[in-house]
Ligand binder design. Structure first.
Ligand code: HEM
Length: 384
């Protein structure tokens, strides 16, 4: 794997793209290394992640992602003016993340990010040919009520301080009032991060494996696979897939460690591929034992989901583990082509050993809106 180059020196980056974005990157780097206060008793809040810029925060920044998440999926009631609603929410995201909003009740926002996306129905009202206009098709191993499939609006709230998350959700939903009708919500958490490469670390999931290693982590890969380059109304945005997956933990835990590793294709303890190397190494999918068996088994998750094997692009996975309504994973991926997700899951199909341990209970896709600032309100490129 190439080392991520998303944290260039401040000077080099300022030269290339200007100060606002550089400030965002710098804050993202510092977010996970916030020092304790001088008494050493309590940690100071993590450094802020600017809400404005070319892209919304909460997708690549901060890295690593904050430990607490709440995702709220809602419908926009008929007749509501979407443009003004999004612009209003964007202004609130600005005041909440900068800590100038009385609705925070005095809590420092720290590294709070609020990331907003619109569902296919709303995108189609603008232009049915835009990226984000297509619904996700149904897939095998789903048990999804109509309420938990699709939705018009995603509000993804992430923060280091677990208390900030529901306070911010309440503020935003109260502000939207009866313009929104909530469909489902999901909170999630991420444990300690394991270093992967320079500028990249990832947590373990409920199966005990490090999750979030392979993805578009370099600036070049993010341009190619993550951010939408156009058309103009969506440029700087990306497509999100959100799937709540229940995990059959007792059945997985009953396997030996070797069997668990065969399901994933990586070592549980250190994240290295079963073909060897370190956590940062790409799996060598052709490598075999002397008696001719694949080191990374034919049905291992990292083989079935591998972008080259699938013939798809890279997706940025930013999943959170969940305890309720059942133990599992709120799988979240961001990519600039929905086919990256659909081809991967189709290829995993019935032959991915991991999928036998999962049931998907909620599913939705969203166009994550391009970044915004004072002059260009959230959503204005689409609904302005
Ligand atoms: C509960 C369900 C899932 C769990 C627990 C899980 C866990 C993991 C783990 C531990 C890895 C290996 C480390 C890494 O590269 O991050 C991995 C890799 C990956 N997963 Fe999943 N995953 C799940 C579902 C999915 C789904 C639904 C997709 C997409 C359709 C997906 C796509 C990928 C991809 C693209 C990789 C990288 C493969 C590679 O190139 O090595 N995963 N996953």
């Amino acid at each position: 794997m190439r080392p991520p180059d998303s944290h260039p020196s401040r000077r080099a980056f300022l030269g290339a793209t200007g100060g606002v974005a550089a400030a965002g990157l710098t804050a993202g780097c510092e977010a996970h290394s916030a020092p304790s206060d001088k008494h050493g008793a309590t940690a100071s809040p993590a450094a802020p992640v600017p809400a404005t810029g070319r892209h919304q925060a909460g997708i690549t920044l901060p890295q690593p992602a904050q430990p607490n998440l709440l995702a709220v999926v809602a419908d926009v009631r008929d007749g509501v003016a979407v443009g003004p609603l999004l612009a209003e929410l964007g202004r609130s995201v600005g005041t909440l993340t900068s800590g100038t909003d009385a609705r925070l009740l005095g809590l420092p926002p720290g590294d709070l990010t609020v990331t907003i996306g619109v569902g296919p129905r709303l995108v189609r009202t603008v232009d049915p040919s835009l990226p984000g206009a297509a619904d996700l098709p149904p897939f095998p191993r789903e048990r999804i009520t109509p309420q938990a499939r699709g939705g018009d609006l995603l509000i993804q709230i992430c923060a280091g301080d677990a208390l900030v998350v529901p306070i911010v959700a309440t503020a935003l939903l109260d502000q939207a009032g009866d313009r929104l009708r909530e469909r489902w919500r999901q909170s999630g958490g991420r444990g300690p991060n394991v270093p992967v490469a320079k500028g990249l670390s990832a947590p373990r999931n409920l199966l005990g494996f490090v999750d979030g290693i392979v993805g578009p982590h370099t600036t070049a890969d993010q341009q190619r696979h993550l951010w939408l380059a156009g058309p103009a109304p969506v440029a700087g945005g990306t497509l999100a897939v959100l799937r709540r997956m229940e995990l059959q933990l007792p059945r997985f835990a009953a396997l030996s460690v070797t069997e668990q590793e065969a399901v994933m294709g990586r070592r549980r303890a250190d994240g290295a591929p079963l073909s060897g190397g370190t956590i940062a190494s790409d799996p060598e999918l052709g490598a075999k034992t002397p008696d001719g068996r694949y080191l990374v088994p034919a049905d291992a998750h990292v083989r079935r989901a591998n972008a080259n094997v699938v013939g798809a692009g890279l997706m940025l996975r930013r999943s959170y583990s969940i305890a309720e309504p059942a133990a599992g994973l709120l799988f979240a991926s961001f990519q600039n082509d929905l086919r990256t997700f659909t081809s991967t899951l189709t290829h995993m199909g019935s032959s991915d050993a991991l999928l036998q341990f999962t049931t998907t209970t909620a599913s939705a896709t969203f166009l994550m809106l391009p970044g915004f600032d004072r002059q260009n309100p959230l959503g204005s490129t689409l609904f302005g």
